[in-house]
Design a protein around this ligand. Structure first.
Ligand SMILES: [Zn+2]
Length: 255
């Protein structure tokens, strides 16, 4: 039985591995798994990143963009920030859900809109009051699974990496990304590795990835409209502080 990390980066050169990370928004790849991604690419693992929405409902750090920035412009800014972070983390294959090849055969490309969130209590997010049938959570999960399966057919990963059931901090798009990863793993027969939402989540193996700190900080700084890095802490746009993500809690879920 492999450990979760061995499944992502086989110690044997004879076995090729190709993990597919499923993330909700721009910045999650770095905030949730930046040190793991950096460690993997540093070990020559060909990582594939899928981002499901463009984070256009997220707040903007004051003063970074002009006040008149439109939602369409913000989407382009966040796509650029994401491209900066993926390059910094050494990821060469990145896709957006709904855009070919992450789109079911023959269908026109689509954007899954950011579902937004509101704080239910400190550290736990719940659904926002948004009336938009095109959000990631309002869309049909079966359509999203079909899009992800099209990507799987295209890139042929060996393992899917996604959030655990709690979805990091409960953001509805994170919970949906978990559901999507689980359903796609089941449909494709691929193993699923879940990333722990909390440092003390039970049943996960912990890995210390502190040696990836400088790369993680550089990747975090790409997301200047969403966060800043101050004294080895992430300061989110809403003012929440978070330690640098320099550990990974992983659990292998066999389907
Ligand atoms: Zn997110």
């Amino acid at each position: 039985m492999s450990t979760p990390l061995e499944l992502l980066a086989s110690a044997s050169e004879a076995v090729s591995v190709k993990p597919l990370f499923v993330h909700a928004h721009p910045d999650d790849e770095t905030v949730q798994t930046g040190s793991l991604l950096s460690w993997l690419t540093g070990h020559g693992v060909p990582v594939v990143l899928l981002t499901c929405s463009r984070g256009e409902q997220g707040e903007i750090v004051a003063g970074v963009l002009p006040a008149e920035t439109t939602s369409g412009e913000l989407i382009r800014v966040r796509e650029r920030e994401l491209a900066c972070a993926t390059e910094t983390l050494g990821i060469t294959e990145h896709y957006l859900l709904g855009t070919p090849p992450a789109r079911a055969g023959g269908l026109a490309p689509r954007h899954y809109h950011d579902s937004g969130m509101r704080w239910v209590r400190e550290g736990l997010a719940g659904p926002a009051d948004i009336d938009d049938p095109e959000t990631f959570t309002a869309s049909d999960l079966d359509d999203e699974v079909a899009d992800l399966l099209a990507l799987i057919e295209h890139v042929r990963p060996t393992v899917i990496v996604g959030y655990d059931k709690a979805g990091s901090y409960g953001h509805p798009d994170h919970v949906r990304a978990h559901d999507l990863a689980v359903a796609a793993a089941r449909a494709s027969g691929l193993p699923l590795v879940e990333v722990a939402s909390d440092d003390d989540s039970e049943g996960f193996e912990r890995y210390d990835l502190a040696d990836q700190k400088q790369t993680v900080i550089a990747a975090l700084r790409c997301h200047a409209t969403q966060l800043s890095v101050v004294d080895d802490h992430i300061v989110h746009v809403g003012g929440q502080h978070q330690g640098l993500p320099l550990t990974a809690g992983l659990r292998l879920v066999r389907q």
